[in-house]
Design a protein around this ligand. Structure first.
Ligand code: ALA
Length: 303
């Protein structure tokens, strides 16, 4: 499977289900002053998640360029990236948990032919502010997952957003692929980060707005924000073990090997050079043309 085939399949699948395609926004957030870069698909949509009408309707699909530096120290492992493409489908006050989860399941299992046994999902276990998400767990089971494939976790794992201090957020259900490695311990699960389970998609049920004092208010409408990692899905569909084997990285790695010739360089360092090179190319090539400097986006670029 080529990256472009996958992008097309995803967009077509959601267009067939009433979504309108929206182009990727700039890597410099236009509608969200709380972050330096577009770290997720949601930033361009913040006003619409808050209730403003989107000109293209209330079901949207996109392939959004993202830069996320929070995981920068993980880069060089098999799956973490600073620049990545996020395949996203959006409900702006339209469908909610049942339809969102069912469409994700159908896309993965029926369209991409991923065996359902290879999936594990997590749902929000609840706390004193927001109840346990039994509804999402039930929808997963109605679709065909068994109870043993469903894990409940707390706010650290199953709550998404806001990226800055304030804004739309909510509990999520995350979808993982079992890479087939041995369990790292009897308690091994999607949250342990041992590499057995790789997160491929996140469906966020955005129904809250976090305020500056840390409290949550209900949004005017219930939204869905999903994000699937293009590079990770591509790795899995092609039976690779890491993102550097995909066509998105092979040419960069080939060129690096030509440049360093016989000099020894540890694999992890090579991967970091490839990954960061790709990221700064996209930052430099962005419509907003970000250049290295000593503050804000330009400083991240330079680092
Ligand atoms: N906004 C969600 C994420 O980035 C989909 O994981």
């Amino acid at each position: 499977m080529k990256a472009d085939e996958l992008r097309k399949m995803y967009v077509e699948f959601f267009c067939e289900r009433g979504h309108k395609e929206v182009a990727s926004a700039s890597l410099l957030p236009e509608n969200d002053p709380t972050v330096l870069f577009t770290t997720a698909g949601m930033h361009p949509f913040v006003p619409y998640l808050l209730g403003e009408k989107h000109p293209q309707g209330n079901r949207l699909v996109d392939v959004q360029k993202c830069v996320r530096t929070g995981d920068i120290d993980e880069v060089g492992d098999d799956t973490h990236l600073t620049f990545f493409e996020m395949l996203g489908n959006w409900s702006l006050g339209d469908y909610f948990k049942r339809e969102s989860i069912s469409m994700s399941y159908e896309f993965l299992v029926t369209k991409l032919n991923i065996p359902k046994e290879k999936l594990a999902v997590t749902v929000f276990e609840g706390d004193d502010i927001v109840p346990r998400d039994e509804e999402s767990a039930k929808v997963w089971m109605d679709n065909g997952l068994s109870e043993s494939q469903i894990y409940y976790y707390g706010r650290e794992d199953n709550w998404w957003g806001p990226s800055g201090k304030t804004g739309p957020c909510g509990p999520d259900t995350e979808i993982f692929y079992d890479m087939g490695k041995e369990k790292c311990s009897p308690n091994c699960g999607p949250s342990c980060n041992c590499g057995k389970y790789v997160e491929i998609w996140n469906n966020v049920f955005m129904q809250y707005n976090k305020q500056i004092d840390g409290s949550y208010t209900e949004l005017k409408q219930k939204n869905v924000d999903t994000g699937m990692g293009l590079e990770r899905i591509l790795t899995i569909l092609n039976g690779y073990t890491n993102v550097y084997e995909t066509e998105l990285f092979v040419p960069v790695m080939t060129r690096l090997n030509e440049i360093i010739k016989d000099r020894k360089m540890p694999l992890r360092e090579k991967r970091i050079v490839c990954e960061h090179t790709r990221a700064i190319c996209f930052i430099l090539g962005d419509d907003k043309h970000i250049i290295p400097s000593n503050n804000e986006q330009g400083y991240r670029w330079r680092r």
